[in-house]
Design a protein. Sequence first.
Length: 323
Amino acid sequence: MRNYNRRKRVLVSGGAGFLGSHLVERLLDRGDEVLCVDNLFTGSKRNIERFLAHPRFEFVRHDVTFPLYVEVDQIYNLACPASPVHYQHDPVQTTKTSVHGAINMLGLAKRLNARIFQASTSEVYGDPAIHPQSESYWGNVNPIGIRSCYDEGKRCAETLFFDYHRQHKLDIRVARIFNTYGPRMHPNDGRVVSNFIMQALRGEDITIYGDGSQTRSFCYVDDLIDGFIRFMDLSAGADGSPGFPGPINLGNPVEFTIRQLAEMVIRLTASPSKMIFKPLPADDPMQRKPDITLAKKYLNDWAPSVSLEEGLNKTIRYFEEFA
Ligand code: NAD
Ligand code: UDP
Ligand code: UDP
């Protein structure tokens, strides 16, 4: 009780997911009280079981599309399925999670006058015509395609965040996250890194969609979480005005083709797997690479430090027990 007033109470929605569980861990390590709110749609208790006995950790099973009344000092809004396979499974629910979830988390932040972080995405740029993507680019997004529930949901959430910022002077932090991977991704998540590693470890064919010439830039989870916390902790102005709201790109600017990724995973796992080619899903972006100039400027020279090879090795070790 003695430290009660000095401790930050932090809400992490989506805290039982891949990124959320890493964020929870970092916040507990630095002494915060953490309230993890998750409906376990894509997250799992397994991701947070190591925290359940922690005196500063609390888990609430709750769907953010419904109102939530709790008392906290900061909010990280991560609740939303992130893998195309999962967010396309129930696309109406995906839009509701992004939009109604944002409204409820923003309403909560407004009542508490709490700073609130939004996990936005590089998908707001769609299939980008500008390369690399900087925050000033408005994007190239199909409003009625199979990825739209996620892309437009996240775009609408950004709109809501900036309107609460302008209209209610809410202190917001909007981060556009580029492809991130690491331990605690769901092994059947459907995203490229988990698919390739699981296929390689099981000696199955590596499924490349399209000809594998499309690009992504992969960030290791520890680098990303470091960026989250630096951004959230950026102080407000001396006059009490909110700090820099973003949007800010967070990701690793080193770009790879999907074919190069497949070759690297095969090499690092010493797998007998062969690459096979399958049709490219609709609206699959052909290139993606963040311009991180703004993040470097505002976040004390933040830049990812873990190479793809190093990060993949750690991720492969994690996935071995599932193969
Ligand atoms: P994830 O699927 O592992 O985690 C999402 C979490 O949100 C899960 O625990 C899930 O159960 C929970 N959730 C989903 N709908 C919910 C709801 N209605 N109410 C409460 N909880 C709900 O995915 P992740 O990779 O950890 O992504 C976390 C956030 O970061 C997401 O908002 C995602 O859009 C964003 N993001 C991730 C990446 C990436 O590469 N990992 C890239 C861009 C953006
Ligand atoms: N809300 C919430 N927790 C709170 C405060 C608000 O879940 O502590 C929800 C509430 O259900 C509302 C939404 O956030 O629908 C938006 O709140 P806001 O105050 O911005 O709007 P209003 O209540 O006027 O619709
Ligand atoms: N991809 C692939 N094989 C797979 C899974 C994905 O070739 O088994 C491709 C996918 O078509 C996309 C890229 O890898 O071009 C990244 O896909 P992911 O679903 O991980 O994330 P996205 O960046 O598309 O949201």
